[in-house]
Write a protein that binds this ligand. Sequence first.
Ligand SMILES: Cc1cc2nc3c(=O)[nH]c(=O)nc-3n(C[C@H](O)[C@H](O)[C@H](O)COP(=O)(O)OP(=O)(O)OC[C@H]3O[C@@H](n4cnc5c(N)ncnc54)[C@H](O)[C@@H]3O)c2cc1C
Length: 279
Amino acid sequence: MYDCIIAGGGPAGLSAAVTLNRRGKTPLVLTAGETLLRRAEQVDNYLGMPGVTGAEMMDAFVRHAESLGVEIRAGRVGNILPFDGHFMVNADGDILEAKTVLLATGAARSTPVPGEAEFLGRGVSYCATCDGMLYRGRKVVVWGLSVDAPHEAAFLAKIGCQVTYIAAKRPEELADGIRFIPGRIAAVRGEAAVTGVEAAGGVVETDAVFVLRQSAPPDAILPGLAFENGAVTVDRACRTNIEGVYAAGDLTGTPLQVSKAVGEGLTAALSIVEYLDKK
Ligand SMILES: Cc1cc2nc3c(=O)[nH]c(=O)nc-3n(C[C@H](O)[C@H](O)[C@H](O)COP(=O)(O)OP(=O)(O)OC[C@H]3O[C@@H](n4cnc5c(N)ncnc54)[C@H](O)[C@@H]3O)c2cc1C
């Protein structure tokens, strides 16, 4: 049982992990992929580190956390279930347990397509390893927008789903035998549940669609999370509306900057320490 599972290994998540570690707590950082900061050619506004590239800055953050012994694992958090005063966290099919959770998954930059929010939980899913079993032997569409989507598609094929993969370009890693349609999904169709998706100028019949973006909306990971203007609502202590769940960084809204992410990571970690010590 970890003291805190941190979803996201960007500046906010690593900042929180360092503070939790220094305060004698056990954080686990789960991170789905590289932070977008690595794409920054030059970062000039972070105090004390002028002129570094985003990649150099991230390498320094990771080195710092790892030098303290912070555990950082590759893994996409698919869903979080509050259970008996703690949390069950599904990361790529592994179930992990923690007393608290910190959401630091960065800004959700995409807007849902028509029908996506309406059919969430009724055929629309953001996590193949969480929901794949429900569609064993049935037709599923994977909309591959993240780097690990071909692996999720392979998992679905392996458990017996009839998989159609939709993406702008066929990924090299996509397993032979998985049907591929070039393009994007324009809308999700259905009645009581999903019946198809609009793509490539037609309708592809399906029982489920797995929308695999680089970053899933946080309320899809943890239903019931409060939002305001597309950002997770937090108070000044980075507490969300769900007890034991905290949020920090770009996903709490503007300014979308490293300093703010690092500061909120610290604030969230101190709130978590206080919460754990009181418990
Ligand atoms: C090109 C570019 C240039 C920029 N330049 C600057 C600059 O000069 N100065 C500045 O201050 N800011 C800059 N920024 C903004 C800065 O990168 C962000 O504000 C900062 O990275 C936010 O940190 P974060 O930890 O909140 O989120 P992120 O850095 O986005 O990290 C989130 C992490 O969570 C992971 N993740 C997502 N979903 C999940 C999941 N379900 N499970 C597990 N992990 C998940 C992601 O893979 C990612 O690694 C720039 C951004 C870009 C894209």
